[in-house]
Design a protein around this ligand. Structure first.
Ligand code: FNR
Length: 361
């Protein structure tokens, strides 16, 4: 059961809005510029239709699958999102415990308020580490080594953010981290503070100063050379870029537009998944995030060619309303909704979600 009297993830967002300070709610909720892509991400799932099969024995259903060889109880993972201690005191520790109780993967952001070692230590399940590449390459390489040593079992390189998207709500609120909260993973390297700036988002200024906008595909090969764990490239919306990811040694891509927070006007991820899966032809795994709010959305994603989906904002709403239990309730609600959708669609297992199940309007 979701907390705050919510029946679904959309209602949970409203409950979180009532509890969070506006600066935090806006940071979590917002998208870039006019927020067209933010809205489209959710709207596009509604335009995919499920051509359910009838008279299939669905009395026993199995939602489990594997991602990058790791067994998970369902094809629903936790997306990397920054600054969980803005939502609840335990922050990323609460998220990690929730993901491991749900027997799925948590992907930890580089920009967490809790160090990767502490997160991996409390998690009983698989943790992936999302990487931003800093101009300070020594700090970046040290971070990769730390994540690996802590036990992160994959790296997720985010490639859609050479600069931060302009999120006007954050500009208006002059978004920054309150006293006592830092980018914990980068504190030792001197990149821990997201400070108040006049007339702009402190996070946008942080990105402009510290992250490396010269990153190219060559750096993906470099990253491969400094890590032993599998690498996923996150932020892909084009088939040709997915093919390049294969050519540069990626084990998977995440079809993502960063939840509509980077380039406004970029396509909804639901709309580009099928062509990307088609271009990849099963050579690497294709994951997707963006606007997944219902079990039916997950079933549509699987049918369009995704191995699994990642959930961003709803986890934050769960944390804000009820901490670890709230984040777990989000995952369990989606699990129940997916299970229900599979039954009604004539799918007893995840591999029954094939392309013939969906059409787009
Ligand atoms: C994000 N996202 C993100 N992505 C990433 O690679 N590193 C990060 O630090 C963050 N931080 C972040 C903060 C917040 C508040 C949000 C909402 C999103 C993007 C995230 O991984 C994912 O792509 C989207 O959130 C997916 O869309 P939904 O599920 O939020 O619609």
């Amino acid at each position: 059961m979701l907390p705050g009297g919510a029946l679904n993830l959309v209602e949970l967002q409203e409950a979180a809005r009532e509890r969070l300070p506006a600066i935090t709610y806006d940071y979590y909720a917002s998208g870039a510029h006019d927020e067209h892509t933010l809205r489209e991400n959710e709207a596009a799932w509604a335009r995919v239709h499920l051509h359910y099969r009838v008279l299939v024995d669905v009395s026993a259903r199995d939602l489990s699958t594997t991602v990058l060889g790791t067994r998970v109880s369902m094809p629903i993972l936790v997306a990397p999102t920054a600054f969980h201690r803005l939502a609840c005191p335990d922050g990323e520790l609460a998220t990690a415990r929730a993901a491991s109780r749900a027997r799925t993967v948590m992907c930890l952001s580089s920009l967490s308020n809790t160090g990767v070692e502490d997160v991996c230590a409390v998690s009983g399940g698989p943790v992936w580490f999302q990487l931003y590449v800093y101009r300070d390459r020594a700090a970046t390489e040290a971070l990769v080594a730390r994540a690996e040593a802590a036990g992160a079992s994959a790296l997720v390189l985010t490639v859609d953010a050479p600069l931060l998207g302009r999120r006007e709500r954050d500009v208006r609120n002059r978004f920054h981290l309150p006293d006592g909260l830092r980018v914990e993973n980068l504190t030792a390297a001197g990149h821990g503070d997201v400070a108040l700036r006049s007339g702009e988002s402190g996070l946008a200024a942080y990105f402009a100063e510290k992250l490396d906008p010269s990153l190219t595909w060559k750096d993906v090969a470099w990253l491969r050379s400094v890590t032993r764990v599998p690498l996923l490239v996150k932020g892909i919306v084009r088939p040709d870029d997915a093919r390049r990811a294969i050519d540069h040694g990626a084990s998977g891509v995440v079809v993502s537009n960063h939840g509509g927070r980077q380039l406004d006007g970029s396509p909804a991820t639901a709309a580009v998944l099928a062509p990307i899966a088609n271009a990849v032809q099963g050579r690497i795994e294709v994951l997707i995030d963006g606007g997944v709010r219902r079990g039916t959305d997950v079933l549509k994603a699987l049918s369009l060619g995704a191995r699994a989906v990642l959930i961003g904002r709803p986890i934050l709403w769960g944390l804000a309303v009820a901490g670890e239990d709230g984040a777990l309730a989000v995952l369990e609600t989606l699990r129940h909704e997916l299970d229900h959708a599979m039954a009604l669609a004539g799918c007893a297992r995840v591999s029954d979600a094939t392309h013939d199940l969906v059409s787009s309007a």
